[in-house]
Design a protein around this ligand. Structure first.
Ligand code: G3D
Ligand code: MG
Length: 298
């Protein structure tokens, strides 16, 4: 008997690191051409057959790709909800995108689902373009990430696989292996409570949850949209309001300006007033947003 499971996997990482290209390279069988426009996501499906200790297992990977308003924390956060595995991608040729694997993406996962107890695969992509310096930098980062988040995990996946890879969506190098490893880790996480994982979980959460002081216009805009959705309560309606008000404020998603964000604050506060949000809380929220805008350094 083949055991069948369905798993949601998301790819995270900055714009242009190669997420869409990696998925295209890996997935031949496109599950749905429909864009889930409300969350700016496209979902592809790929079936992986495995044999674990004599048991035939079919893992149906539902792979979520971020489209459109990429770079917006609220969009990213919504995509992460319900994920059973995360593939975090950096571009080897852009060291800051590699540094952000831990600095930005892991804290975002923590803030969104409150735990890191789901499997991570780390990818340094565009290895076909890498020079020696960027390769060394990437290897350093990868060994740290492995030690911190995937220590001891390797014993649960087949010999030829790993929890991190240097990939190329262009040549196909290690792309298949990356997703295959994710499928294995998903299966492992289903079955076992890893003592190491449980032990480090709290340390990591305490150590990383506070990272991420927001400074750029995009980051402040993210913060405002995220906090608005939280304050508003109903995520779906909040998302709709944000979309409308962002348009009304004339904000260009790719290049938001301070003045636009200031206008947005007024609109969003109005929306909260209409929801009868407590006056004092409202003032606190508004002051916090204005202060964040004040401190923007682009
Ligand atoms: P994203 O989905 O993370 O935003 P994309 O990234 O998949 O859209 O890729 C961004 C650009 O990087 C694309 O170039 C794509 O072709 C290129 N790219 C992605 N992966 C690789 C890789 O492994 N090697 C090389 N050499 N290029 C890669 P364009 O020019 O189409 O924008
Ligand atoms: Mg993309």
């Amino acid at each position: 008997m083949v055991k069948k499971t369905v798993k949601k996997v998301v790819l995270l990482g900055e714009s242009a690191v190669g997420k869409t290209s990696l998925i295209k390279r890996f997935v031949h069988d496109e599950f749905a051409d429909d864009y889930i426009s409300t969350i700016g996501t496209k979902v592809s499906k790929k079936v992986i057959d495995m044999n674990v200790e004599g048991q035939e297992i079919q893992v149906n990977l539902m792979i979520w790709d971020m489209l459109g308003r990429e770079g917006y924390m609220s969009t990213q956060a919504r995509q992460i909800v319900g994920a059973q595995g995360v593939i975090i991608v950096g571009d080897i040729t852009r060291p800051e995108t590699m540094a952000n694997l831990e600095k930005y993406w892991i804290p975002l996962i923590l803030r969104t689902i409150g735990t890191v107890k789901l499997p991570f695969i780390f990818l340094g992509n565009k290895v076909d373009l890498a020079d020696d310096d960027s390769l060394m930098n990437t290897l350093d980062i990868m060994s740290e990430l492995e030690e911190r988040y995937n220590h001891g995990m390797k014993q649960y996946i087949p010999e030829h696989l790993n929890t991190w890879f240097l990939t190329s969506a262009k040549t196909g190098e290690k792309v298949e292996e990356s997703f295959e490893s994710m499928a294995n880790l998903l299966f492992y996480f289903d079955r076992a409570e890893d003592p190491f994982y449980t032990r480090i979980q709290d340390v990591i959460i305490k150590g990383l949850a506070d990272i991420g002081e927001r400074k750029t216009t995009i980051e402040v805009l993210d913060q405002i949209m995220f906090e608005f959705s939280e304050a508003y309560g109903n995520m779906q309606t909040a998302g709709k309001i944000i979309r409308e008000e962002v348009a009304r404020a004339g904000i260009d998603h790719n290049n938001p300006k301070k003045e636009g964000v200031l206008a947005l604050v007024d609109y969003l506060i109005d929306a909260l007033v209409e929801e009868q949000m407590d006056g004092e809380m409202l003032k606190e929220v508004k002051d916090r947003w204005l202060e964040a805008i004040e401190n923007i350094q682009d």
